[in-house]
Design a protein around this ligand. Structure first.
Ligand code: DC
Length: 672
C-alpha cells in the first residue's frame, strides 16, 4: 500500500496483463454479519482485507463471536441470534457505511446497551430513515449528536412486528439491506413485511442482499420492489463455506484501463459477467463507450475498441459506484458524456458530484453539474482530438476527499495525450476497498521509460547517502536502488565461485554480474534465495566491492540490471555513477557531502553501537585516504554530476536533509 502523503503517477502509455481483484466490500461485510448472526460456523474465503471489513470484524469480536483470520480466509463462529453477554459496548465504525447501517439494525433488533460512533464524516452521513423505520417497529435508538446522524445509542426494544414496516428507499439502499438482514432474527413465530417508501435506488445492491440471505437460509419473498416478506419460521443457518466474489466496482478501473490504454488488453480475475453484483453492468456502459469485453466464469478480458471513446448519455442508477469511472473515461471521448440519476453520489464517502466535477476541472475539463447529474466534456486526445474537445490537459494534484473511488478513478487520467503526470493526494485512502490498487495498476500499466522519474543521490563514503535515498524513496513511494549493494553482491558471488577479484578474472566476474540472481526484500539482500545481507554489509564486503567496481567489464555488465530498477512510479538511485553514467537524464541529482570529521564521527558511532571497537582518528584518516583514491581513480571516479545540487549535511539532521531534497524535488514538479 502507498502510505505516502501523495503519489505522483507519471504519464502512462499502455497496459497489458492480468490482475486479480480483492473481494467485494459489499459482499464481504454482508457475509461477515450474516455469519455472525447465524447458528454454526462459517468459513469465508477470499474476504476483502480493508478498512471496512476490519471495522466489521472488530465489532463482531466485541460482540463475542469467535473470529479466526488466516490470510483472506476467515472463520466465524455465529451467535445463533443471541448475544452471549449484556454489558455496555462502544463500537467504532470509522467511515464504514457497510458496517454502520446493518450493525445498527441488527443490534437494535437484538437489543442491548450499545454506542455506535465513527469519524467526523460518518457523523455527517444520514441514518435517520433507518432509525425511523427501526423505531417504528419498537427499537430504542437515541441520537447522541445531531438528529438524524450518528453517533447513536441503542437500548432494549419492545418489538411490534404485525404491521408492515415502512422504510425509505430513495436515500440509500443500505437502509433496506440493514432491515432485511436484521428482521429474520425476529421472524421465528410470525412473518414480517417491509414496505419501501419512495422509488428504491441501487436495486442491484438489494439483489446481492437477497442472494446472500438465501445462502444463509432466509428466503425473502419479493413483491415487485415495494414489498419484502420474511416468512414466519425464518432462521439463519450457516452455509458452512462461502466464497466472496471479487469487487465488480473495483473491476471498473481495469475495464476502463483496458478501454483506454494501448496494448494486448487486460484480464481481470475474480469476477465475470455473471456476477451477482449490480456494478458488473458497468461492462455494458464501457462497451457503449468503445471497450471490447469478453467474459467467462470469474474472468473478464478487456481491450481497446473505439478510439477516441464515444461520449454517452446514461441513467446510472443501476451502477452508482462504478459510474464514477465513466466520468474519467469521458475525458477521452469524442463528445460530452452525461451521467444522470446520480443523486446518491451526494451522500457517499464525500459529495461525489462536487468532488468529480472539481477534480475533472482541475485536469482542464469543462464540466456541468446539476442536482443529480454531471456532464463532462472531453479533452484533446492527440491526433484523435475530436471537435467537441474543450480546454487543455493540465497537471493536477487530485484531492481525494478520503474517498477511495475518487483516488482510483483519477489514476486513469495519467493516459492523457499531453503526457502530464497526475498527483493523487492521500493515496492510502484506497485501503477502504482495494489496499493494493496502485500496485495492481503499476503491474499492468507501462510508461515510456523517459517518463519515469529518477532521483540520483551520490556522495563520499559515510556521507549518509543510503539513509537519505531510502528515506526519500519511502516519502515518494518510489523504488530504491542501492547500486553499491550490486557491486558488493557481485564480489561475494565471485569469491563464492572461486574467482579472484583482480583484472585477471574480469570477464568471468562480468559474466556472473550479467546474470546476478539478486533480489531485494526491504533491508534484506538475497543472492539466489540465500540471505547475504550480513556478509556483504561488512567493511570487508565494502573493500571487495571496491575492487570489482574498478573493472570496466563488470561495470558494463551491471548497467542493464541497474536500468531495470527504473519502474513505475519512480526510482531513487544511490551510488557512484548514478547521475553521470547510469541515469544521466535523471530529474534530480543530489551530491551529498559532509566534512571528513563529521563522517568519521558518524561511522564511529555506528561501529560502537554494533559493538565494534573503533578509533575515531584512524577512521578519519581512512576516510580521507578513501576519498582521495575514489576521486582520483580513472574508472567511475567520485565526483558530482555537472548538474548535481550539492547538499552539505555536516550540521543537518537526517530529517532536515530529507526535507531539503523534497523541496528541490517539488520545485521541479509541474503541479504548481
Ligand atoms: O556505497 P557502497 O559503500 O555500498 O559501495 C561499495 C563500493 O562500490 C564502493 O567502493 C563504491 C563502489 N560503487 C561504485 O563503484 N559504483 C556504484 N554505483 C556504487 C558503488
Amino acid at each position: 500500500m502507498f502510505a505516502t502523503a501523495f503519489l505522483d503517477i507519471p504519464a502512462l502509455q499502455g497496459a497489458s496483463g492480468t490482475v486479480t481483484l480483492p473481494g467485494s466490500k459489499s459482499i464481504s461485510n454482508r457475509v461477515l454479519l450474516l455469519s455472525a448472526l447465524c447458528q454454526g460456523t462459517t468459513v469465508v474465503h477470499d474476504l476483502l482485507d480493508s478498512d471496512d471489513t476490519q471495522v466489521m470484524l472488530a465489532a463482531l469480536r466485541q460482540l463475542g463471536c469467535g473470529v479466526q483470520v488466516e490470510g483472506t480466509t476467515v472463520t466465524i463462529k455465529g451467535l445463533g441470534g443471541q448475544l452471549s453477554h449484556q454489558k455496555a459496548i462502544t463500537f467504532f465504525m470509522g467511515n464504514a457505511g457497510t458496517a454502520m447501517r446493518p450493525l445498527t439494525a441488527a443490534l437494535s433488533v437484538l437489543g442491548g446497551d450499545f454506542t455506535l460512533q465513527g469519524v467526523p464524516r460518518m457523523h455527517e452521513r444520514p441514518i435517520g430513515d433507518l432509525v425511523d423505520a427501526l423505531r417504528e417497529l419498537g427499537c430504542r435508538i437515541d441520537y447522541l449528536g445531531n438528529e438524524g446522524f450518528p453517533p447513536l445509542h441503542i437500548g432494549q426494544p419492545s418489538l411490534k412486528l404485525d404491521a408492515p414496516i415502512p422504510v425509505r428507499g430513495d436515500v440509500s439502499s443500505q437502509f433496506l439491506t440493514a432491515l432485511l438482514m436484521a428482521l429474520p432474527l425476529a421472524a421465528q413465530d410470525r412473518s414480517i413485511t417491509i414496505e419501501v417508501v419512495g422509488e428504491l435506488i441501487s436495486k442491484p445492491y438489494i439483489e446481492i442482499t437477497l442472494n446472500l440471505l438465501a445462502r444463509f437460509g432466509i428466503d425473502v419473498e419479493r413483491q415487485g420492489w415495494e414489498r419484502f416478506v420474511i416468512p414466519a419460521g425464518s432462521r439463519y443457518q450457516s452455509p458452512g463455506t462461502i466464497h466472496v466474489e471479487a469487487d465488480a466496482s473495483s473491476a471498473s478501473y481495469f475495464i476502463a484501463l483496458g478501454a483506454i490504454a494501448q496494448g494486448d488488453g487486460i484480464r481481470v480475475n475474480g469476477v465475470g459477467a455473471d456476477s451477482i453484483q449490480g456494478d458488473i453492468r458497468f461492462v455494458e456502459a464501457a462497451e457503449r463507450m468503445g471497450a471490447q469485453v469478453t467474459s467467462g466464469p470469474n474472468w473478464l478480458q478487456i481491450s481497446r475498441g473505439a478510439w477516441p471513446l464515444k461520449g454517452i448519455e446514461l441513467d446510472c442508477n443501476h451502477i452508482p459506484d462504478a459510474a464514477m469511472t465513466l466520468a474519467v473515461m469521458a475525458l477521452y471521448a469524442d463528445g460530452p458524456t452525461l451521467l444522470r440519476n446520480i443523486a446518491s453520489w451526494r451522500v457517499k464517502e464525500t459529495d461525489r458530484i462536487v468532488a468529480m466535477a472539481a477534480e475533472c476541472r482541475k485536469l482542464g475539463a469543462t464540466v456541468e453539474e446539476g442536482p443529480d447529474w454531471l456532464r463532462i466534456h472531453p479533452l484533446p486526445n492527440g491526433p484523435f482530438t475530436p471537435p467537441a474537445a474543450q480546454g487543455q490537459w493540465q497537471a493536477a494534484s487530485i484531492h481525494t476527499y478520503d474517498d477511495h473511488r475518487v483516488a482510483m478513478c483519477f489514476s486513469l487520467a495519467a493516459f492523457n495525450a499531453a503526457k502530464l503526470p497526475v498527483r493523487i493526494e492521500d493515496p492510502k485512502c484506497v485501503a477502504k476497498t482495494f489496499p493494493d490498487y496502485f500496485e495492481a495498476l503499476f503491474s499492468v500499466a507501462t510508461a515510456e521509460v523517459t517518463q519515469i522519474p529518477v532521483i540520483c543521490i551520490d556522495g563520499p563514503t559515510a556521507s549518509g547517502k543510503g539513509t537519505l535515498a531510502s528515506r526519500v524513496a519511502a516519502q515518494l513511494g518510489y523504488h530504491y536502488l542501492d547500486s553499491g549493494a550490486l557491486y558488493r553482491v557481485t564480489a561475494h558471488a565471485a569469491l563464492q565461485a572461486g574467482l579472484s577479484l583482480e583484472a585477471a578474472d574480469e570477464s568471468r566476474i562480468a559474466e556472473l554480474a550479467r546474470q546476478l540472481p539478486v533480489h531485494f526484500e526491504g533491508e534484506q539482500v538475497l543472492l539466489g534465495g540465500e540471505d547475504v545481507t550480513d556478509a556483504i554489509r561488512s567493511e570487508h564486503g565494502g573493500m571487495n566491492a571496491s575492487k570489482v567496481s574498478v573493472l570496466p567489464a563488470v561495470r558494463e555488465a551491471l548497467v542493464q540490471l541497474q536500468h531495470s530498477f527504473r519502474r513505475l512510479p519512480g526510482l531513487l538511485a544511490d551510488g557512484r555513477d548514478m547521475g553521470t553514467v547510469i541515469f544521466p537524464n535523471s530529474t534530480l541529482k543530489v551530491f551529498l557531502t559532509a566534512s571528513a570529521a563529521q563522517r568519521a564521527e558518524r561511522r564511529h558511532k555506528q561501529l560502537i553501537s554494533k559493538g565494534f571497537s573503533a578509533n575515531i582518528n584512524n577512521l578519519r584518516a581512512d576516510l580521507e585516504a578513501r576519498d582521495a583514491r575514489d576521486m582520483s581513480r580513472s574508472v567511475a571516479p567520485l565526483k558530482p554530476a555537472q548538474d548535481a545540487l550539492q547538499l552539505d549535511n555536516s550540521s543537518l539532521t537526517i530529517e532536515a536533509s530529507v526535507e531539503q531534497v523534497m523541496v528541490w524535488w517539488q520545485s521541479r514538479q509541474v503541479f504548481g
